[in-house]
Ligand binder design. Structure first.
Ligand code: SF4
Length: 353
């Protein structure tokens, strides 16, 4: 693959950055000469914050410039919640491209860029165990479990799809670390960006404010009714439609993006990603249509989904809504689930005002 094509598909490659930031090119002059892309990046971020779908530019040059500018904007805003929403979109696009990538050299270069050293072996790729484990943290993904891997000389013998999943996570971690680092922007850049980012920051604050009342994301504070559904799903049992509906509304309400909610469905016997994705989008509203509310304890009880006898708080009769249970438990136990890739979602760094 030619360099220009490669950076259009994988815009995070350092070689792309070098192309645009020659010696003497400042962030200010870069932004100044690409104002249309700045506008486009800000619009994309606003759409993401409103739960709308976005598509990345198919023009290689625009794709790279949009990517760089969005990264500058997110580093400037430095808000974990906002950058996580964008990083998930990039991560998913990367996965789709890596699955289809038919040039092993490009796959190797992308892997190196993401600090995962791979070697091609026949149809497969050898991934050292350490980066494999570090990035195989996706909830409920059977394909990534170490017990399902073939090991050889300290490496995992991975299919291209497994490699794509590992690189997808490696990208996400690296990106989130980079955009959340403290960077002092020159005053001119500050002046330039401030008028563009106000709307995005306010939307982030609005969503956070709404969720702050529920405390940080914490699976250990889930009510017994929800824990039972998750447990059933993990065992591969067929959970009722009402149970799935409850799960989606609840996880959405406490701040999980749709892609994270989808991971809870990985083990259900009739799992079909496309259909499940569609159902999740429908239930959560996703920018259009109705956003369904979380059912009350009374409704869950009438559906046979209440397990109040399993917890003294529920058994006391003082809980009338699963979110009430979550809020009560969570605010008394503020630790965040380590397994979640959106942990910290309610604890972003303070964006620049
Ligand atoms: S009382 Fe409410 S929160 Fe508790 S298990 Fe029943 S439905 Fe869930």
């Amino acid at each position: 693959m030619k360099k220009e094509e490669m950076v259009g598909v994988y815009p995070f490659m350092r070689v792309a950055l070098r192309e645009y930031f020659h010696r003497g090119t400042s962030i200010e002059s870069f932004l100044d000469s690409n104002e249309a892309n700045l506008k486009q990046s800000v619009e994309q971020l606003s759409r993401i914050m409103n739960g709308e779908e976005i598509t990345f530019s198919t023009d290689p040059e625009d794709r790279v410039v949009d990517y760089i500018i969005t990264k500058i904007v997110l580093t400037y805003i430095r808000d974990y919640f906002i950058s996580a929403r964008y990083a998930i979109k990039e991560r998913n696009a990367l996965y789709e491209n890596l699955k289809r990538e038919n040039d092993p050299k490009t796959l190797k270069l992308v892997s190196q860029e993401l600090n995962v050293d791979v070697e091609k072996q026949g149809e497969n790729y050898l991934i050292p165990i350490s980066p494999f484990l570090k990035n195989a943290v996706v909830f409920n993904d059977r394909e990534l479990k170490l017990c399902n891997q073939v090991l050889k000389d300290g490496n995992v013998v991975a299919s291209q799809n497994v490699l794509a999943k590992i690189l997808r996570e490696a990208f996400y971690r690296k990106y989130m670390q980079e955009v959340n680092e403290v960077v002092e922007f020159p005053q001119e850049v500050d002046k330039m960006l401030k008028p563009w980012v106000g709307g995005i920051i306010s939307k982030g604050q609005e969503i956070r404010q709404e969720r702050a009342n529920l405390g940080p994301l914490n699976e250990r504070s889930f009510p017994p009714c929800l824990a039972e559904i998750i447990d059933q799903m993990k065992k591969g049992a067929n959970v009722s439609h009402a149970g799935r509906f409850f799960l989606v509304t609840f996880l959405h309400r406490i701040g999980l993006p749709n892609d994270e909610i989808l991971k809870y469905f990985g083990k259900v016997p009739d799992f079909a990603e496309k259909i499940t994705k569609y159902q999740i989008e429908h239930i959560t509203g996703s920018g259009r249509g109705r956003e369904y509310s979380v059912p009350s304890c009374q409704t869950l009880g009438s559906l046979g989904l209440c397990y109040k006898e399993r917890d003294p708080l529920c058994a006391s009769g003082k809980v009338s809504h699963p979110l009430g249970f979550y809020r009560t438990r969570n605010l008394g136990n503020r630790s965040v689930s380590k397994g979640s890739s959106v942990d910290g979602v309610d604890n972003p760094r303070n964006p620049k005002k």
